[in-house]
Design a protein around this ligand. Structure first.
Ligand code: PGD
Length: 759
């Protein structure tokens, strides 16, 4: 009788047992709250959406490399592995020889799958570095605005997030949580690299039982679990900064703020206070003003300020808040609000970024390094902020600003993508489609026929993680998992490493790429980094074979000490922050010196181009929240059982408030059409009072299925706006946009997203 073998995913460690065509997935026994996303895994081994063979787009094969509007619409021709690899190698050689590495975009953003070696992004970067370099991307779709603003204000994102306040401290010490954007458990299901114990729910429940008060500031009630009995403040989407200013105004004008903390630990309060009190612009940011912007009662704003003052208060800021126009501001203002409360650096108090946005934020870091595939050296210095990819392809040599630097886009001829799905993650997909018509060649590795694979010229079928051996681990979870192969590879699919090795051989760089190792030799080699560090500490350090046989290894973690923020609180002179002043920047001279109208020198409320109160609301009166899905990770395994079960008439569910539904004659289960000037999609209606009226919510990740000018499956990124958060960080703004919605009374087209393309 076979026994289940250990494996791991971004949404949890598990073991799996293959029995004929069936696959049983068993959550890790120590996981107190396994993620329902595990239910998607069985479908991954043999679904019709899997790519069976290497494929070449007909137009590219017949006419050769060139910009082509047929990309994404063309049919495909199956070729042998040798033919496909020869074609790709010849094209890489042509582009490198004719245009050089500055014309190759290998930013290849994406979460791919858990596993330290078969990490597609690391593989593609290592390969392109050996081949001649590539234009890379910086920062993430998740968190670009925070990653850029936080170092100016308090320290790195890690310092303000992962090392600052622990979930244990929340459970045991926090008295009041002001959760801006909430801490939705669906988000805590996931962490890059995986997690063996989902502890967010348990930690929050313990805090609640101890008497901690939770205040949820979000247009969606389920952004905190119901068992916390949180006070729900359903603000207008994208208005958190105004709300925080209103709270701050109450604190300051009622003498409730911690003036001694501000004096000792912060710089720039005077300029900010002048703005807060209306001395610089004539508008005091009092609670009544904030109420008029964010749509909450002024009395509630005042009472939140009074409740939080003088208590162990924790301001949390979800990643989603900064994935919007001026996304830097709620993060910055969150820090400032926590500074006014005087709690920064105290256990369970102050400000924490992204707690509740990922499974492992708030857990202690590992004491030993993890196995990591070296990526080599990139000799091309060019980069773009990751979410500016369409701008780059559409504007070769175009100018833009980024974090104080005037920059120029490179002229890209070849795009290489492995382990990401830009036609899931990018905004304004019609514009992205136009951008993808510009390069000469697009090469994609994926296991499934995602829209990104359909927009490629050369498509290489990649294995899924269950089809290969790897090591699963994340920097803030103690379990390292020996990811055993559970099933044999689907059809002709191959691992990214094998594909790159064969390409490298054709380009004469095989030795450089492989260093003479097979995939299993790499696993043993990379494991040694961790084993030697364990040995050095005197901890149990099994050899690779023992680890593999045991199936897992518990790694030591560092003692939680609150990191640099707590050390700064204890002694700001000995442990200054890594900001220019060494203190918390309520005003940043550096940012002020950039003179960006969309990111001034202190936190500022700036009405959005598209949002509450903007002119476009006349035509598109509903605010769409395009957030992370509860039933899959991003677009991964959208064809899996958990994701499919959630669909309404085969489409992604859109939640609508009863009043908005009634005004449009929409009933539960109707197919509806969402639209604005950028695009349209169909979705399946769910009527729900868990939203603020005027807000609709459609999660990301339904595979893009364009038919007759609209996505018939419900991908919200046909509607979102492709604009940076600001000149400072140029982050993704996909979280919010304006739409109109109507019942769809036409013949409902079948969803074809999971069917292979023609040919
Ligand atoms: P995934 O669906 O995870 O999305 O964007 P991302 O591109 O990461 O894509 C991973 C792809 O990798 C899948 O197609 C999967 O099949 C493939 N893959 C998995 N394993 C392997 C492998 O081993 N080899 C190869 N070659 N391929 C593999 C996520 C991004 O979306 C993120 S992180 C965020 S936070 C953003 N969120 C939003 C949002 O809130 N709102 C909007 N509107 N848009 C967003 N987009 C962003």
């Amino acid at each position: 009788m076979n026994k289940p073998l250990p494996h791991s995913s971004h949404w949890g460690a598990f073991s799996a047992l293959a029995c004929g065509n069936q696959l049983e997935v068993i959550p890790h026994p120590n996981d107190p709250d396994p993620a329902p996303l595990l239910g998607n895994i069985p479908a991954s081994v043999s679904h019709r959406a899997r790519i069976a063979r290497p494929m070449v787009r007909r137009g590219w094969l017949e006419r050769g490399p060139e910009p082509d509007r047929a990309r994404g619409r063309d049919d495909f021709i199956a070729v042998s592995w040798n033919q496909a690899l020869d074609l790709a190698a010849a094209e890489l050689r042509r582009v490198y020889t004719t245009y050089g590495g500055r014309s190759v975009y290998g930013g290849s953003y994406g979460w791919s799958s858990a596993g330290r070696f078969h990490h597609a992004q690391s593989q593609v970067h290592r390969f392109l570095n050996a081949a001649g370099g590539y234009v890379k991307s910086v920062n993430t779709y998740s968190s670009a605005a925070a990653a850029v603003i936080l170092p100016h204000v308090i320290g790195s994102q890690e310092a303000a997030g992962r090392e600052n306040v622990s979930l244990h401290e929340v459970a045991t010490q926090t008295e009041i949580v002001l959760a801006f954007g909430g801490m939705a458990l669906k988000n805590t299901h996931v962490s890059s690299g995986g997690t063996s114990q989902h502890i967010a729910r348990g930690s929050l429940q313990t805090a609640h039982r101890r008497g901690a008060a939770f205040h949820l500031f979000s247009p969606l009630r389920d952004d905190l679990p119901p068992e916390l009995d949180a006070v729900w403040h359903p603000l207008r989407p994208g208005t958190d900064v105004a709300l925080m200013l209103g709270i701050a105004h109450t604190l300051v004008t009622e003498g409730l703020h911690d003036a001694a903390f501000v004096e000792r630990y912060c710089v720039g309060y005077g300029d900010f206070a002048a703005y807060l009190l209306g001395e610089t612009d004539g508008q005091p940011k009092h609670a009544a003003w904030a109420a008029s912007v964010c749509g909450l009662p002024a009395d509630d704003i005042r009472s939140v300020a009074r409740l939080a003052a003088g208590r162990r208060a924790l301001v949390t800021c979800a990643q989603s808040l900064q994935r919007a126009e001026h996304g830097e501001q709620p993060v910055w203002m969150g820090v400032v609000l926590a500074a006014l409360l005087g709690q920064i650096g105290l256990p369970g108090g102050g400000f924490v970024y992204a707690m509740g946005s990922l499974a492992n934020v708030g857990k202690p870091a590992l004491a030993v390094p993890l196995p990591t595939l070296p990526q080599g050296r990139n000799r091309i210095p060019d980069f773009i902020p990751v979410a500016r990819v369409a701008d780059m392809l559409l504007n070769p040599n175009g100018r833009y600003d980024f974090n104080g630097q005037p920059r120029t886009y490179p002229d890209i001829r070849l795009v290489y993508w492995a382990g990401g799905n830009p036609f899931h993650h990018h905004q304004d997909l019609n514009r992205l489609g136009e951008a993808f018509s510009r390069p000469d060649t697009v090469i994609v590795h994926d296991s499934g026929w995602t829209a990104s694979a359909r927009h490629a010229d050369l498509v290489f079928p990649a294995t899924v993680t269950l089809e290969r051996e790897d090591i699963g681990a994340s920097a803030n979870d103690p379990l390292m998992v020996a990811m055993h192969r559970i099933v044999t590879p689907f059809a002709e699919s191959r691992d990214d490493y094998t594909i790159f090795t064969d390409l490298a051989a054709r380009l004469g760089i095989e030795e450089q790429f492989t260093e003479g190792r097979t995939a299993s030799q790499w696993l043993r080699h990379l494991y040694e980094t961790t084993r030697l560090a364990l040995l050095k500490r005197g901890d149990p350090a099994p050899d690779f074979d023992q680890f593999w046989q045991n199936g897992e290894l518990t790694l030591p973690t560092l003692r939680w000490d609150g990191g640099m923020v707590r050390a700064f609180r204890h002694d700001p002179d000995t442990h200054p922050l890594p900001t220019p002043s060494g203190k918390i920047a309520i005003r940043s001279e550096t940012i002020a010196s950039f003179d960006y109208p969309d990111c001034p020198g202190h936190p500022t409320w700036m009405p959005p181009v598209e949002g509450a109160g903007s002119a476009a609301t006349h035509r598109f009166p509903l605010q769409l929240v395009a957030n992370q899905p509860a039933t899959r990770l991003h677009s991964q395994l959208d064809y899996g059982a958990t994701s499919i079960r959630s669909k309404v008439r085969d489409r992604e569910p859109v939640r609508i408030h009863p009043a908005d539904a009634a005004a449009r004659g929409i009933a539960d289960g109707d197919v509806v059409r969402l639209f604005n000037d950028r695009g349209a999609c169909l979705a399946g209606a769910i009527i729900s009072d868990a939203l603020r009226p005027g807000v609709v919510q459609l999660a990301t990740g339904a595979w893009y299925d364009p038919q007759n000018g609209m996505c018939v499956h419900g991908n919200p990124n046909v509607l979102t706006r492709d604009a940076g958060t600001s000149r400072l960080s140029q982050g993704c703004t996909g979280q919010l946009c304006l739409v109109q919605l109507e019942r769809f009374d036409g013949a409902v087209p079948p969803v074809k997203a999971f069917d292979p393309p023609p040919g």
